[in-house]
Design a protein around this ligand. Structure first.
Ligand code: BES
Ligand code: ZN
Ligand code: ZN
Length: 487
């Protein structure tokens, strides 16, 4: 499907008109009623513009007009979800060419509309052999016209280009998130990044197991011990040429391609969802790719330590004391708290080798963050107020919500080990997202502008695409928005 901007109605077989619950809704419906030759009272009776309400109006000459409700004061996320769900549900009924009438809105809505429509075409049936053919609208021949006010067309083009860049990367990231672990290994993440770097012109270095050993990334190696597959350590760097004085931002993502829990093995109910325990890596790698595509004026470094967390005779055991890149020793109380252990080396390597101005890590780290915030926000942990506020502002703009939890030093007690420098689990069934943050803080080595995002509840979730939780691509829109507003 390709997308074009227009300032006048096109002759698409299907026109979709989004409407918010504003004071002049009744008036807008009078105008629409005139255009479709129906009594206004009928539309006013049957359409209240509730969120995601859809009213199809069939016209004698064979065209179709959909009125789509957006509810009251729709946010970017409301727009995105209304379009995503509507296009997903209607995709088989959509004509090959569809137009969306945005003439009552400003250019800003284009991003959410396009992301929603593109995402609505996502097909989770990655490995089904008897799939139906793609609906006409979502094939190469499909066509989408966005109708905007004259004054908005120019601004809309840039927004459309950005949305298309994000949508294409988002689609790939969803495929990675949803791939099972027999299709997605630490090498798969590395290969994806190498190919992306090649395509969009940023540099990628992948350390293999021998190089990881030589570098002393001992925490990553300890988590990898139970796995038949070697770990990878992915370092991606995007730096626009010829621009000086750019902010250097380091992103670190948890790349566990399957988390069994290790010897502290997880119960089998829902263990299959642990194929998506690389949601932090997905956010980091997706952000690198989009930033390079958009040529954002920022120097970005992405680091992804990647391994499975498996169980076998050589796996790390509870009580074991392991080393780390920065030299601190870690007592492993629970082998299922593996994310923070590999991030310890990701953060340590980032800080010691790149000294970024801003350091952000993302990880599907704790069930406890879900206990605190459910599936509506990721936990943000940082001692830096300005960075926290900038991240929260980006979260509010994009609807990829963040909520801050404290990182007070009183919680340091939770990670004090009797025998090593630090332990990986407090042993207590509370404040687990915070003690994980305190653990990571040790390996950020006092970095002034470090933030940790625990995205366990957001990286995948329930939605219209399937009966099981599946990838959301959380973090890409958030971080791109954050980077665009970086001063
Ligand atoms: N990958 C999990 C966290 C997780 C849980 C992500 C649910 C998504 C959904 C992580 O490695 C883990 O197992 N964390 C443990 C830590 C505990 C042993 C300290 C947890 O949260 O239970
Ligand atoms: Zn775990
Ligand atoms: Zn995990």
């Amino acid at each position: 499907m390709h997308i074009q901007l227009h300032t006048q109605r096109t002759d698409a077989e299907t026109t979709l008109i989004p409407l918010a619950q504003t004071d002049d809704l009744a008036e807008q419906l009078v105008q629409i009623a005139g255009e479709v030759n129906l009594p206004a009272a009928l539309l006013q009776q049957d359409f209240k513009a509730d969120s995601k309400e859809l009213l199809p109006v069939y016209r004698a000459e064979g065209r179709k007009v959909y009125l789509l409700g957006l509810g009251e004061n729709p946010t970017a996320m409301d727009w995105l979800k209304a379009f995503r769900e509507t296009f997903f549900r209607q995709k088989k009924k959509l004509s090959q060419s569809v137009s969306v009438d945005l003439s009552a809105f400003s250019a800003e809505v284009v991003e959410a509309v396009v992301l929603g429509i593109r995402w609505g075409g996502y097909d989770l049936k990655l490995y089904q052999t008897d799939k139906a053919a793609a609906p006409a609208f979502y094939t190469q021949e499909g066509h989408l016209s966005l109708i905007l006010p004259d004054t908005q067309k120019e601004a809309a083009q840039e927004i459309l280009d950005r949305a298309e860049a994000i949508a294409a990367t988002h689609h790939e990231i969803l495929n990675l998130m949803n791939a099972p672990s027999n299709y997605k290994t630490p090498q798969t993440l590395a290969d994806w990044t190498l190919a992306s770097g090649e395509k969009y012109g940023y540099s990628v270095t992948v350390l293999n197991k021998e190089q990881i050993e030589a570098q002393g990334l001992q925490a990553l190696l300890a988590v990898n011990k139970g796995s038949d597959l070697p770990p990878t350590f992915i370092i991606a760097e995007y730096k626009p040429v010829g621009q000086e004085g750019l902010k250097k931002v380091g992103l670190v993502g948890k790349g566990i391609t399957f988390d069994t829990g290790g010897i502290s093995i997880k119960p089998s109910t829902n263990m299959h969802l642990m194929k998506s325990d690389m949601g932090g890596a997905a956010a980091v790698l997706g952000t690198l790719e989009v930033a390079a595509k958009l040529a954002l004026p920022v120097h970005l470094i992405g680091i992804v330590p990647s391994t499975e967390n498996m169980v076998d005779g050589s796996a790390t055991k509870p009580g074991d004391v392991i080393g780390s890149y920065i030299g601190k020793t870690i007592e492993i109380i629970d082998t299922d708290a593996e994310g923070r252990v590999i991030l310890a080396d990701g953060l340590g390597y980032m800080v010691r080798n790149f000294q970024p101005d801003v350091l952000i890590d993302l990880a599907t780290l704790t069930g406890n963050s879900i206990a605190a915030l459910g599936y509506h926000a990721a936990a943000l942990l940082s001692q830096n107020d300005a960075l926290s506020n900038a991240l929260i502002a980006a979260a509010d703009r994009t609807g990829e919500r963040l909520w801050r939890l404290p990182l007070w030093d009183v919680y340091k007690e939770d990670i004090k080990s009797d025998v090593a420098d630090v332990k990986n689990y407090s042993g207590k069934p509370f404040a687990g997202a915070i003690s994980a943050g305190k653990f990571l803080e040790v390996f950020a080595e006092g970095h002034e502008a470090w933030a940790h995002l625990d995205i366990a509840g957001m990286a995948y979730g329930d939605n219209e695409f399937g009966s099981q939780k599946n990838g959301t691509g959380y973090g890409i829109r958030l971080l791109i928005d954050f980077l665009r507003h970086l001063s």
